[in-house]
Design a protein around this ligand. Structure first.
Ligand code: MOS
Length: 751
């Protein structure tokens, strides 16, 4: 039930019956029966197939292509190269804002990373296009590739992450480290990781004059429209994008990738619809990745285990031609109460595709290092790692001094520890064994991720039959947005969920902003909430001004909305349903728009973050070094939970990625060629079911009156934080070995 009226209290509104329900995915049956249409499932009449040919060197010049051989293939229709590709309205290397990332669109003969597109073969069949691409036999003039963080030419990046300053400090870190009783000084390395969503990047493109029709997975439809419009010199409104389902996004689909634009160019060039889908191997380069980091962390401690200083100096890498720097150090701003904190960066340039957003960019790499360092500090202080964290618990955000909008981290620690059974943990490492003689270790880590909101719009309509239609161009990446947002939408208009049609996933709908930064539910949800509130207010105005309505004159006392009815606030027996109000007004529908954005005043006043605590148990074979994660318990506080089933699944997904971070995942680069040697799912290790233990994600209650009227934080990324550190710390507890280079492998634990 929700309230409309002069005295409404936003924080008390919308306690409808849909929010909070563990509904299953609305599109679940479509997905498991194969009826859900992903971008590459579209086959318009006359469609051609495009395949990119990619560079096998990391740096140098493309000297020749055997274009004639490819053209001689009977199925090949066209070969697009730097020499003949249609002109663009904009240089793909132009950068008119920091978030316009440069693209490789066959602009010249330079090769700047392995896997860069050097030509596109367009054919009647996928097989012909693939064979045609193989016939091109590119020749290169190769130059030595720069592949590691040891490159000598370092510089201070202009900014890190999404415009964060490359240096932040409070207090006097140098003095505090000098005076500290104990200093832990350790360097951690995290590897480059590459995007491996189930669905690789794809596009099906059709031109109709200067109008463009696209099936393309996207985490930000308006962003994609704007970028493509700029490149082709057409109006964003003339680009229609359908993106109903994504087989995972994780940041890799936040912006259109170069090969997707090449698919659009191929359609332009041939005058026919074109499909282009990257192979798994081709995902390792042009779609962004998690950049590597080397983090030197210094922790200064007073005699009783109180933090005196915390410093993270991160070295990271970007490509040779564009700027994105993994903001790994910044997680030190938030978590632990230290009077002196400093984060600084330096970077090198490597011959790779430009690193970009990948689930919890910054926080993931930063968290595994910081949580390891905090574990080392606890050990140096002779304290239990949980007791150490509680001793240094931040009551205000350390770097800014702001109060938290809400912070139920203490409850996360308590509930997670109780569930895990942390209380019986021996302090000394290497002191537990299982029945088979394997070493057993318990470790923990703190999870954190900012509660962000972007900008979004939505439209709410009530139809003559009293049903609702709620629309916003939101993105379901697999996380359950369609379901959670429909729940918010239904409550926003006071209808049961089966009386509401929820439309999302196409670019002609109101812009839902970006599905990123764990802010999509809060942002698109608040836009739906405000659109719903606005349409109900319009209905209430109609009814309360109409003498024939039982609500006539109720404008002063206000009305309530419940189950498709408006009722007098002071007398709930007097009311009428939506359909009656519309019928008397002679309306088929009534609509209103809504918008959402973060409230700058609240953002100024409060630090807004979700929190969690992750507890891990591992076993380690003392002879073989094999690590098994045997238990994983996380407790997370992230404001109001819209759908506990979807949230649990998001947290599990994040925790599994944390496990992957600690033990499995890394891109192995051949220093001679600059090529990634494990660029496929056979060699690039990600966890399989057998690697994943029984997991629990406890949803800790948290009311947040400041983040937004619905109290939603976000859960998409926090699960990966905390988890990697918890597992690394458990490995240390099992073995007594502190491994500071991730992922931890067999070789680290034997000999
Ligand atoms: Mo996420 S890296 O904001 O999709």
């Amino acid at each position: 039930m929700s309230e409309i009226g002069l005295t409404q209290d936003p924080a008390r509104m919308r306690h409808g019956s849909n929010i909070g329900q563990p509904l299953t995915r609305r599109e679940g049956v479509l997905k498991v029966t194969g009826a859900a249409t992903f971008a590459a499932d579209n086959h318009p009449q006359g469609m051609l197939y495009a395949v990119v040919a990619t560079a096998s060197i990391a740096r140098g010049r493309l000297v020749s292509l055997d274009e004639a051989a490819a053209r001689a293939h009977p199925g090949v229709v066209e070969v697009m190269t730097a020499a003949n590709r249609p002109a663009l309205a904009m240089d793909p290397d132009a950068k008119t804002n920091p978030f316009m990332f440069k693209l490789d669109l066959l602009q010249n003969d330079r090769v700047r990373y392995a896997g860069q597109s050097v030509a596109v073969v367009i054919a009647e069949t996928l097989e012909a296009a693939t064979e045609g691409a193989a016939l091109l036999k590119p020749r290169y003039e190769a130059e030595p590739a720069r592949t590691t963080l040891d490159e000598p030419d370092t510089f201070v990046p202009p900014s890190v992450g999404v415009g964060n300053p490359p240096e932040a400090a409070k207090g006097d870190v140098d003095a505090a480290l000098n005076e500290a009783e104990t200093v832990v000084d350790a360097t951690y390395e995290t590897p480059a990781q590459y995007h491996n969503p189930m669905e690789p990047h794809a596009v099906v493109a059709r031109w109709d004059g200067d109008r463009l029709d696209l099936d393309m997975p996207s985490q930000g439809l308006a962003i994609a429209q704007g970028r493509i419009a700029g490149l082709f010199g057409i109006r964003p409104a003339d680009i229609h994008i359908r993106s109903p389902y994504l087989g995972g996004g994780f940041g890799g689909k936040g912006f259109p990738a170069g090969p997707q634009i090449l698919g659009i160019l191929a359609a332009r060039m041939t005058g026919r619809p074109v499909k282009l889908v990257l192979t798994r191997q081709q995902m390792y380069g042009p779609v962004g990745h998690r950049g590597p980091t080397r983090q030197r962390i210094r922790v200064g401690l007073d005699g009783d285990g109180t933090l005196a200083a915390l410093e993270n100096h991160t070295r990271t890498a970007s490509s040779t031609f564009d700027d994105f720097f993994e903001p790994a150090a910044d997680v030190a701003h938030t978590l632990y109460a230290s009077p002196a904190i400093r984060t600084t960066y330096e970077a090198v340039r490597l011959d790779t595709g430009t690193p970009l957003f990948m689930r919890a960019p910054g926080e993931a790499s930063g968290s595994i290092a910081l949580e390891s360092a905090i574990d080392e500090a606890a050990e140096a202080a002779g304290m239990d790692p949980l007791a150490f964290r509680l001793k240094n618990y931040a009551e205000r955000e350390p770097i800014s001094g702001k109060p938290f909008s809400s912070k139920a981290l203490r409850a996360c620690y308590e509930q997670g520890a109780a569930r895990f059974g942390w209380g019986g943990r021996p302090l000394a490492p290497r002191s537990m064994r299982d029945a088979a003689g394997r070493l057993v270790g318990w470790g923990m880590g703190t999870a954190t991720f900012p509660a962000l909101m972007f900008q979004a719009k939505a439209r709410a309509t009530i139809r003559a039959d009293g049903s609702g239609l709620l629309e916003t161009g939101a993105h379901d990446m697999g996380q359950g947005a369609w379901t959670a947002l429909a729940q918010i939408a239904a409550d926003a208009v006071g209808l049961p969920i089966d009386r509401v049609e929820f439309r999302a996933g196409t670019s002609d709908l109101p812009d839902a902003g970006i599905a990123g930064g764990s802010g999509h539910t809060a942002t698109a949800g608040m836009a739906l909430h405000s659109a719903g509130e606005a349409v109900i207010a319009k209905l209430a105005e109609l009814a309360t001004a109409d003498e024939a309505s039982p609500l006539f004159g109720a404008g002063n006392v206000g009305t309530l909305v419940r189950d498709g009815r408006l009722e007098r606030r002071d007398d709930e027996s007097r009311g009428e349903d939506f359909a009656a109000i519309l019928r008397r007004a002679g309306l088929d529908t009534i609509s209103a728009d809504g918008e959402a954005a973060q409230d700058p005043a609240a953002q100024d006043a409060y630090a807004m973050h979700a929190h969690g605590a992750v507890f891990a148990e591992v076993t380690v074979d003392p002879d073989l070094g094999q690590v098994r994660v045997t238990r994983l318990v996380g407790a997370f506080a992230a404001g109001r939970i819209i759908n506990p089933r979807m949230v649990e699944s998001q947290l599990f997904g994040g925790m599994i990625w944390g496990l992957s971070f600690a033990l499995h995942e890394h891109a192995v680069v051949d220093k001679r060629s600059g090529r990634i040697m494990n660029a496929d799912l056979a060699e690039y290790r990600i966890p399989v079911n057998a690697d994943v233990p029984p997991m629990e994600a406890i949803l800790v209650h948290e009311d947040d009156p400041h983040v937004n009227a619905l109290g939603i934080k976000g859960v998409g990324e926090i699960g990966i934080t905390g988890t990697g550190g918890a597992i690394a710390n458990a490995v240390h507890h099992a073995t007594g070995r502190r491994i500071r280079r991730f992922p931890i492998g067999l070789a680290d634990l034997i000999g």
